[in-house]
Design a protein around this ligand. Structure first.
Ligand code: ATP
Ligand code: MG
Length: 560
């Protein structure tokens, strides 16, 4: 922990209490338990930063445990992607573990439950079982199979395991109570028949353990001291403890489940199931589409591990459900890139500008600062010539006083170059401007120290020299959803709120020649426009940039 004492979040307070009560700090152990059924998202980052952060703070091991008990939805691709993302965030797990490694142990413990008279095989359909569940204020009904003998249960469970029963025909249930106020305690299912091949155990098993049975027992096997999960598992805690009671040996650490609020982010959805729909229905271009709230999407978009970790830290850990403003995430990446990203010039919507008093054929090399926020960033060379591109939006024939860019008969400064004055325009047959004719003040070069160079003009605009410009594709992203909480509407599907303009591809942008050598992943500030990075699709023939985040947020304005 840093020198200045930071305030503890409530999970840290629980741990501090436990230590005070005598828990040996060497027994502290945490885990991050993803189900490999999708890619990690920014919500998972909250849990990763929390668990691995506790590991760093208390010098305790943190396991990466794949919670892989549902072979129908899980794949090796997801395992690989999850590992890559955690490493990229900068965290190191102690052991890579799989719930499926415990299938035999979990099975043996299930036999133990049966022998203790605390579990039974139920032959009913899931519909019948559901019907008998009752309601919080109405007692459930005992299954007709609830009082089977231990021998019969052992025999049937063995048959389930050996694949002698069809899917859905038999389950193993814990024998707790059909009258419990907590519905989850009403004889929950521990095992189901599932004849699917598992990504790690192949066809070894015809039965698979349920989440509740697996999770707590896996924590116990790994001797996790604090098992931190999200709020929706609060009611599961009683069952978690009941399952532990059945196998607990009091010389060992007894894991403790504690819950915190899920991270929700405005203008996006955060469930793997929903994100998978976006991928499968080609609404986005894969899990790492830069518009996705996945770690891989954010990485491709130009987000850095530091920005994501800083965001997680500031957003904090809450006890109640809430929605974090996506602007906070954007703030952190802007804040970081402001300090680290070299400034360059790029023109996204070019119009040609001719400096009529600049000698034809002349070229000069101007010197531009790489990053005014970083005195070690140095300078770079910017070729200048008679013909340049500027942004079409930076010129108007006529405009009011608030328009500080270029207009006829008025001056602006070309960034890191000269002051120019617009004199006339050339238009095509549709009335569209094809050329702007200007003159420049030869003595006004930035940094030359001359009187004219110090002359103040209202506006500064960016530019790229036409003979030196490098053609590029630029991808501008907007929010993927038009609604702040797309999955919160009872009568509407979240996909009804997809923003149809979330991707705008500009294939004819021009960037300054220093970018010719830019590599995939490199990050820049396109001056006056925003932060951009080189996309994975970039080739030596064609540079492709993603806009990570604009300098200013135009969303708020548009949607007022
Ligand atoms: P999803 O609903 O997106 O599929 P999940 O909870 O099923 O999420 P898991 O792979 O089971 O995903 O989650 C791994 C860990 O990450 C769990 O401990 C879970 O509680 C935590 N987690 C998942 N989503 C969030 C979130 N939005 N905010 C905080 N923690 C989360
Ligand atoms: Mg899950």
């Amino acid at each position: 922990m840093s020198e200045e004492k930071k305030s503890l979040n409530f999970i840290e307070q629980i741990i501090e209490e436990d230590l005070k009560k005598g828990l040996n700090p060497e027994k502290l152990r945490f885990r991050f338990p993803p189900e490999p059924n999708g890619y990690l998202h920014i919500g998972h980052a909250a849990s990763i930063c929390l668990n691995f952060g506790l590991g760093e703070e208390y010098k305790a091991p943190v396991n990466l445990r794949f919670d892989d008990t549902n072979p129908a939805k899980e794949e090796q691709e997801y395992v690989d992607a999850i590992k890559k993302d955690i490493q990229w965030l900068g965290f190191e797990w102690n052991k890579e573990l799989y719930s499926s490694d415990y299938f035999q142990q979990l099975y043996d413990w299930a036999i133990l439950l049966i022998k203790k008279g605390k579990a039974y095989v139920d032959d009913q359909t899931s519909a019948q079982i559901a019907e008998q569940k009752g309601a919080p204020t109405i007692d459930g009904v005992d299954s007709p199979y609830r009082n089977r003998s231990v021998e019969e249960n052992l025999e049937l469970f063995e048959k389930m395991k050996n694949g002698e029963f069809d899917e859905g025909s038999h389950v193993l249930r814990a024998k707790i109570s059909m009258k419990a106020t907590n519905m989850l305690m009403r004889d929950p299912i521990i095992y189901r028949v599932l004849k699917k091949s598992h990504h790690r155990t192949g066809n070894d098993w015809n039965i698979y353990p349920m989440y509740d049975w697996t999770h707590g027992e896996s924590d116990y096997i790994e001797q996790v001291s604090h098992s931190i999960c999200t709020l929706e598992f609060k009611h599961h805690r009683e069952l978690y403890d009941w399952f532990l009671d059945q196998v607990y040996d009091n010389k060992k650490t007894r894991p403790k489940q504690r819950e915190f609020a899920r991270r929700n982010l405005s203008y996006t959805v955060m469930s793997k199931r929903k994100l998978l729909q976006l991928v499968e229905e080609d609404i986005v271009n894969g899990w790492d589409d830069p518009r996705m709230p996945t770690i891989s999407g954010l990485r491709r978009r130009g987000y850095t591990p530091k920005a994501i970790r800083d965001f997680s830290e500031t957003a904090g850990i809450a006890k109640r459900d809430n929605v974090t403003d996506i602007a906070l995430l954007e703030f952190h990446i802007k804040n970081e890139l402001n300090k680290t990203a070299p400034r360059v010039m790029a023109v996204l919507n070019p119009v040609k500008l001719v400096i009529t008093n600049y000698p034809e054929g002349k070229e000069e090399i101007l010197i531009a600062e790489n990053n005014p926020e970083d005195e070690n960033a140095g300078t770079r060379e910017m070729p200048f010539s008679r013909e340049i591109y500027i942004e079409r939006e930076d010129f108007r024939e006529q405009a009011n006083k608030k328009f500080f860019r270029l207009k006829l008969d008025k001056e602006v400064r070309l960034k890191s170059a000269y002051i120019i004055k617009a004199n006339s325009v050339v238009k095509d047959e549709n009335g569209e401007i094809t050329e702007i004719h200007c003159t420049y003040d030869e003595d006004s070069r930035s940094g030359s120290g001359s009187e004219a160079s110090k002359r103040r003009v209202k506006g500064t605009i960016h530019w790229v020299s036409i003979p030196h410009a490098v053609n590029a594709e630029v991808r501008l992203y907007d929010r993927l959803f038009t609604d702040e909480a797309p999955d919160s509407h009872k009568d509407k599907d979240f996909k009804e709120f997809i923003n149809l303009d979330s991707l705008n591809i500009i294939d004819n942008a021009f960037v300054e020649p220093s970018l010719k050598s830019a590599k995939i992943g490199n990050q820049f500030q396109f001056q006056r426009l925003g932060y951009f990075n080189v996309d994975d699709d970039s080739t030596s023939e064609k540079l492709v940039f993603n806009r990570t985040v604009p300098l200013r947020d135009s969303w708020a304005k548009q949607n007022k």
